[in-house]
Write a protein that binds this ligand. Structure first.
Ligand SMILES: NC(=O)c1ccc[n+]([C@@H]2O[C@H](COP(=O)([O-])OP(=O)(O)OC[C@H]3O[C@@H](n4cnc5c(N)ncnc54)[C@H](O)[C@@H]3O)[C@@H](O)[C@H]2O)c1
Length: 373
């Protein structure tokens, strides 16, 4: 694809973080924005100089001068918007998770197949500098044989928009499932998850999910590996943490326990603290600055998730570049629709497993990509 890809961003809370990256990327035209509240949308449009604005998603989809939509709306909107956009002939980048049910994931995979369009789930952790660092160590053979993977995402969601209240922890698990599957370079085959503890009664009623913490074991397909992931959203005392650990036969990587402190590499039994380098050099020059800086000048204007998540490990420009370069080079992005479905369905099925006392549940066939990055 030689001409610029004309992108519309839908949802302008977290979504606004991506506007200047598309504006700078040489393969993109930041063509339009969309959100329901016109007043807030106009403030963003004026701030970034974007003329085309839509308050109605379906009107946006009728615009023939839009090639791709990047969806950043609340979780419950992701699936229907992705399906409608694909059916309208648009490429789709969508923030996590892909959907809230296995059936919705299946429909998105189907819509990609039928439309021939590209879908990518914009999972931040698999483009964070920590992930790129450990992946590089693994590919150079420094870890030896990978023996086990573990990840956690613990975040207190009190005070966030109402749709978060009482959400089953594993329904938003991609930040910990993503890195363990991506490092294992495979799909999840089956899961077993235990729920633990209890959240406040007024939170439980919304989704019927009582657990404070859900902890899931994942069997990695066609591999001797398994992984464990832990999630909490409410009533659990802990600093924000999005982490992964990788245990190898020669070296292991363990994420820092306290944000902004160095992580640890164990060589045999000898630990050493490590400052993880930045990976901006993997990006086109014009967007390299975005791995270390937010998109606004005033620190106070950053999206809360960006501040709590330490800038999401510098992942935003990598995500934009992966989506655009996949379109330009006519290749699959990582994670593509099947891989995104596999990552997302681990969480959905893990919660089902927890509700049934830890029952072993297989991932559905349509999520098995047998293809790795
Ligand atoms: N690290 C990450 O990957 C990360 C971090 C933060 C948020 N997120 C994801 O981003 C999404 C948005 O998060 P947020 O905190 O900005 O949420 P939010 O609720 O604050 O904002 C959502 C935005 O979507 C718009 N919107 C809602 N329904 C719409 C519709 N039908 N059509 C068009 N616009 C619509 C709203 O006007 C608003 O601008 C969530 O799904 C969240 O999971 C991901």
């Amino acid at each position: 694809m030689s001409k610029k890809i004309r992108v519309a961003i839908v949802g302008l809370g977290f979504g606004a973080e991506f506007i200047p990256i598309y504006q700078k990327h040489k393969d993109a035209e930041m063509a339009a924005i969309c959100q329901r509240n016109a007043e807030k949308m106009n403030a963003v449009g004026d701030a970034f100089g974007i003329k085309k604005r839509y308050t109605d998603f379906e009107e946006l989809l009728k615009d023939p001068d839009i090639d791709a939509v990047h969806i950043n709306t609340p979780i419950q909107e992701h699936a229907w918007q992705s399906i409608k956009a694909l059916k309208a002939g648009k490429h789709v980048a969508c923030t996590v998770p892909m959907a809230t049910s296995v059936e919705e994931c299946r429909q998105i995979v189907e819509a990609v197949k039928e439309s021939g369009k590209t879908y990518m789930m914009m999972e931040t952790v698999v483009y964070s500098r920590e992930f790129l660092f450990v992946k590089e160590m693994a590919e150079k053979g420094e870890l030896g044989k990978i023996q086990f993977l573990r990840a956690s995402h613990q975040q207190e969601m009190a005070g966030w928009p109402g749709y978060w209240e009482g959400l089953p922890p594993m329904h938003y698990a991609t930040h910990c499932v993503g890195p363990v599957l991506a490092l294992a370079k495979s799909d999840a085959e089956y899961v077993s998850c235990f729920g633990s503890g209890r959240i406040d009664d007024n939170l439980i009623s919304k989704y019927g999910s009582p657990f404070a913490i859900e902890s899931c074991h994942i069997k990695i397909k066609d591999s001797d590996l398994s992984a464990e992931v832990t999630r909490s959203l409410f009533n659990t005392a802990r600093q924000y943490r999005e982490s992964f650990d990788v245990y190898g036969s020669k070296k292991s990587f363990e994420w820092t326990l306290i944000e902004h402190e160095p992580s640890v590499i164990h060589t045999g039994e000898v630990p050493s603290r490590v400052t993880v380098p930045d990976y901006a050099h993997l990006l086109p020059e014009e967007i390299q600055a975005f791995t270390t800086g937010g998109v606004y000048d005033a620190d106070s204007n950053q999206h809360l998730s960006f501040i709590q998540g330490s800038g999401h490990g510098g992942s935003h420009p990598h995500l934009v570049n992966e989506f655009l370069s996949a379109l330009r080079d006519n290749r699959e992005p990582y994670p593509n629709a099947k891989q995104s479905a596999n990552i997302t369905c681990v969480g959905i099925l893990a919660h089902e497993s927890a509700m049934q006392g830890g029952k072993l549940i297989p991932l559905p066939e349509f999520t098995l990509s047998n293809q790795v990055k």
